[in-house]
Structures are given as structure tokens and as C-alpha cells.
Design a protein around this ligand. Structure first.
Ligand code: NDP
Length: 494
């Protein structure tokens, strides 16, 4: 089946425009005139040419952000900042169809899932627009001779580095609180998915943000990302991506000016199903928590533990539901799209081979889908491994593909120990009808977010972030205000 979807006129017009960097309110070509191709992972065809920003472009962007912060943005009232952000949210809503289409072309994700991401962007900008006027300090009645108070100030210039799996949604998790707190930004999308960020740049201009408040530079981790990370005039790096790159950023930070750094990193989240769980609810969720976004999701419930007495029943349901998932080009709006590129495909295949070599039982999937209309993309069906050995590579390492490892357990004590036996601590899930068991699990599990009888629930108002190797700092909610401000203490002696 080939798709017959017609792109909107706005999307077609945008794709025809030459792509540039947004620096100080102007669209400019990269100084070295280097470009790279944006590729549609569904059919491996080029969609557009994207500018490659090198360190001199990064210097210009950071310089612009600094000038804008010092000369203008820090004097703009909170009410005005909020109204700019509300306007931007309205424009994202107006052009939601185009943004969805761009994300689907660039990332491969199904249109309906891109729609969910755009809804989340809109909510984020509206939620943090509300915060702009509510960033408060405190007074401390510690002396009869002095007024002691604190105020929260913006950091200055923040570098925002985002991955390719939820390109604009994760950009909005960073941009919205950073702007509400009064910072100027340099945003770097992943080189695999730059288009929606560049389109957002147009909306930022249309909304009326002063020049230099948001600069958008495209390019690879090396040189573009590294140049941002090493830059001396940046006050903070907010990064979402792999734990490997997060560690690199921490290391680099030690060698340059000490920036604030917040890191949202990888995961290998345990999803624990007790025998007293509502099996029907588990069945409705498990294939999504295991394979959503073709497994390219940091919170994927990629380690499933099922209590022995219900193991066969739950596995049968998981296989049945997984086989029902439709797979295809994002514009056909299937359940699952392709993997992002050849490199990621190979990365996932290497793990599948490793699982087989190390003795895990491959229950289904594990190969490329070669149907006629899929053969040019990087398509792989849901893949399930069964095992009883927690030392396997596929059990310990993040695969970031549609691969889940399932295992049986006997007792609470055994499963909580196994669930926590991981360098990661991003999220965890537990399925049981016993509230006391669920709350005991929520207390004992070492993870930043715990879902009880559910999975993947998010809200801009609710903090999200990882424990252990899954990151430093919490995004969303009031927590993100702390990430993008610094607290000053003032002693006024009478
Ligand atoms: P990477 O760490 O490779 O890249 C993330 C971003 O960092 C991209 O913009 C990338 O640029 C850039 N980058 C890469 N290397 C460097 C560097 N040395 N210095 C500065 N920037 C760099 O991760 P992926 O893009 O592969 O994303 C997948 C990973 O992200 C997974 O491990 C996943 O778990 C994690 N993730 C975590 C989330 C969370 O909230 N905890 C959410 C989503 C993903 P480019 O791509 O252009 O090379």
C-alpha cells in the first residue's frame, strides 16, 4: 500500500524555502555554506537541505542571545513575556497541521502521534506563560535589624539541546520555562529532525518576540552541539538525549566555565505486573508501553516482569495485541512508524543478535519488514524476548527500538530487587489491585516517575526527570522554574 496523503499548502511552501539559521531575528545562511540532508525515514528520500552551523555560527547565536538579554529582554515585563508566549501557543495551534506533517516526514512518526506531541507543545507554552507572572521570592524574618529576602532571577543565556524522538515537544519542555523565567535561548534540534524547530522559528518571529531572544541553530552533535556545550558565554545547558552524551557534557563542563547543567537521559524502565492485576487493563496498555514510538522513547517499559502464575496468559495477550499493531509510513497514520535511520536500525539489530547469542528466547519480531511499500524505510515489528537472566546485555542496556524483554518472578522482594538492579532510574510501572502493594512499590522503586495501573502519563504541571544515570534535574511543573532561575539573597540593614 502506498500512501495518498496530500500535504497542506503551508507544508509544501515551507519545504520549498531554503533553510537558514535564526540568529538575532534574521534568517542567515551558515558561514561555511555547508548543508546536510533531512531524510524521511519511511522511504529514505531527501526532504530538504539543512544548514550545518559551525562554531562561528554558534558564536553569533550566543552573542545575539547575550546582547538581547542584556539590552532588552531582562527589562521586558512578565506580563508582556506571558502574552508573547500565549501568542506563540495560538500560532502553534493555528499551524498544528503543518507542524504535524513536518514531524511525520522528518521523524517517521504517525500523524496522530505527532498531533499528540503538538498538543503537548501548545499546553507547555500556555502553562509556562501562566508562570511568567508568578515567579516569586521569599522574605525571612530572621532579624529585627534587617529585611532579608530572596528573588529568583533568570540565568541569562541558555543552550537547549534536544533529541529526535519527540523533536518539538521536548524543545517546548525547555523553551517554554526558559522564556517564562526571562532567559534568552539558543536551541539546537537533532540533525535528524530539524524541520519543526525551523518552522517554530517563523512562528516565534510572527508572535513578535524581540530579536535574539530565541536563536535556532541546526547541525550535528559535533560540531554544533559541542560548540554550544563548550561556549564560555552560555550560562546553562539543558540537554535531553543519551546518557553517553550527558556524561560527555558533564565532563566538558568541568573544563569550561561552570554552567548550570540539567540532563534528561536514557532509561530501561521496569514494568511489573502482579498476579492480582486487572488483566484487561494490562492488556490494553502493555503493547503501547512496550512499543510506543517504535520503541524510541526514553520512558519505554522495556523490562517487563510478570508474576509466574499469570505469565503465559499475559504473554499471549501481549503477542496478540502486538501483532495487531499496524506498521507503515507516518503519513498513512499507522500505529507504528519506522526507526529513525540506518544507524539506529543497525544499533537495534545488533542488540537482537546479542540477545539471541546470549540465549534469550526470541518470541516474535526481530527482523526488518521487507514488504514492497516498506522496503526503503527502516521498519521493524514489535520484538519480544523472554529470559530469566538479568545479566544479559539486552536486559541491562537501553535499546531504543521496538524490543521488550519479559521475565517471570515469584515474590515482591525478588521483583523489587530486580527492578532496581539497573544503572537507570527514569520511570517504573506497577500493576496490582492492592493499593498497599502499589504504594509499597512506589516507595521502594528507584525511579523518577512511577505509574500505578497506567503508563506514560504526562502533564506540563507535573515534574518529570530521572534518578541515577537517567539524569539530573526535573523538567515541567514548578521544578522547571528552579532549573531556569537562580536565587539571590539580599540583606537590607535598617
Ligand atoms: P544523543 O545523545 O545522541 O543526542 C541528543 C542531542 O544531543 C542531539 O541534538 C544531538 O545532536 C546532540 N549531541 C550529540 N552528541 C553531542 C555532543 N557531544 N555534544 C553536544 N550535543 C551532542 O541522543 P539521541 O538523539 O540519540 O536520542 C536518544 C537518547 O535520548 C536515548 O538514550 C533516550 O533515552 C534519550 N532521551 C531521553 C529523554 C528523557 O526525557 N529522559 C527523552 C528523549 C530521549 P545530533 O543528533 O544532531 O547529532
Amino acid at each position: 500500500m502506498s500512501h495518498s496523503f496530500t500535504l497542506s499548502d503551508k507544508t509544501i511552501a515551507f519545504l520549498k524555502e531554503p533553510k537558514k539559521l535564526l540568529i538575532h531575528g534574521q534568517w542567515v545562511a551558515p558561514l561555511n555554506k555547508q548543508y546536510f540532508a533531512a531524510i524521511n525515514p519511511s522511504n529514505n528520500q531527501e526532504i530538504s537541505q539543512i544548514p550545518l552551523a559551525e562554531s562561528s555560527d554558534v558564536d553569533h547565536a550566543v552573542d545575539s542571545a547575550n546582547k538581547s538579554f542584556e539590552n532588552h529582554w531582562k527589562t521586558v515585563s512578565a506580563v508582556e513575556k506571558a502574552s508573547l508566549m500565549f501568542r506563540l501557543a495560538d500560532l502553534i495551534e493555528r499551524d498544528q497541521q503543518t507542524l504535524m506533517e513536518l514531524e511525520t516526514l522528518d521523524n517517521g512518526k504517525p500523524l496522530s502521534k505527532a498531533q499528540y506531541d503538538m498538543d503537548a507543545c501548545i499546553h507547555h507554552f500556555r502553562y509556562y506563560a501562566g508562570w511568567a507572572t508568578k515567579i516569586e521570592g521569599a522574605t525571612y524574618p530572621v532579624s529585627k535589624d534587617a529585611l532579608v529576602y530572596t528573588q529568583k532571577e533568570p540565568l541569562g543565556v541558555v543552550g537547549l539541546i534536544v533529541p529526535w524522538n519527540f523533536p518539538l515537544m521536548i524543545a517546548s519542555w525547555k523553551l517554554a520555562p526558559a522564556l517564562a523565567c526571562g532567559n534568552c535561548c539558543v536551541l539546537k534540534p537533532s540533525e535528524k529532525t530539524s524541520l519543526s524547530a525551523l518552522y517554530l522559528g517563523k512562528l516565534i518571529q510572527e508572535a513578535g518576540f524581540p530579536k535574539g531572544v530565541v536563536n535556532i541553530i541546526t547541525g550535528n552533535g559535533n560540531p554544533t552541539g559541542i560548540a554550544l556545550v563548550r561556549h564560555q558565554q552560555i550560562d546553562k545547558i539543558s540537554f535531553t538525549g543519551s546518557t553517553k552524551t550527558g556524561k560527555f557534557i558533564s565532563q566538558q563542563n568541568a573544563h569550561s566555565t561552570l554552567k548550570r547543567v540539567s540532563l534528561e537521559l536514557g532509561g530501561k524502565s521496569p514494568n511489573v505486573i502482579f498476579s492480582d492485576a486487572d488483566i484487561e487493563k494490562v492488556t490494553q496498555s502493555l503493547h503501547w508501553s512496550s512499543f510506543y514510538n517504535t520503541g524510541q522513547e526514553c520512558t519505554l517499559g522495556s523490562r517487563v516482569f510478570i508474576q509466574k502464575t499469570i505469565f503465559d496468559q499475559v504473554i499471549d495477550q501481549l503477542i496478540k495485541q502486538s501483532k495487531k499493531l499496524s506498521i507503515g509510513h507516518g503519513l498513512e497514520n499507522p500505529d507504528l512508524g519506522p526507526l529513525i535511520d540506518q544507524g539506529q536500525f543497525k544499533h537495534v539489530m545488533d542488540y537482537i543478535k546479542s540477545g539471541q547469542n546470549e540465549g534469550a528466547e526470541l518470541i516474535c519480531g526481530g527482523h526488518r519488514l521487507n514488504d514492497k511499500h516498506l522496503k526503503d524505510g527502516y521498519f521493524m515489528g514489535p520484538t519480544i524476548f523472554s529470559h530469566q537472566n538479568d545479566r544479559l546485555k539486552i536486559v541491562n542496556e537501553e535499546i531504543f527500538g521496538p524490543v521488550v524483554v519479559v521475565s517471570s518472578f515469584d515474590s515482591y522482594d525478588q521483583v523489587i530487587q530486580r527492578a532496581n538492579d539497573s544503572p537507570y532510574g527514569l520511570a517504573a510501572g506497577v500493576w496490582t489491585q492492592s493499593h498497599s502493594k502499589a504504594l509499597q512499590f512506589a516507595n521502594d522503586v528507584k525511579a523518577g516517575t512511577v505509574w500505578i495501573n497506567g503508563w506514560d502519563q504526562f502533564s506540563p504541571a507535573v515534574p518529570f526527570g530521572g534518578f541515577k544515570d537517567s539524569g539530573i534535574g526535573k523538567e515541567m511543573g514548578k521544578s522547571a522554574i528552579d532549573l531556569y532561575t537562580q536565587e539571590k539573597t539580599v540583606w537590607l540593614n535598617y
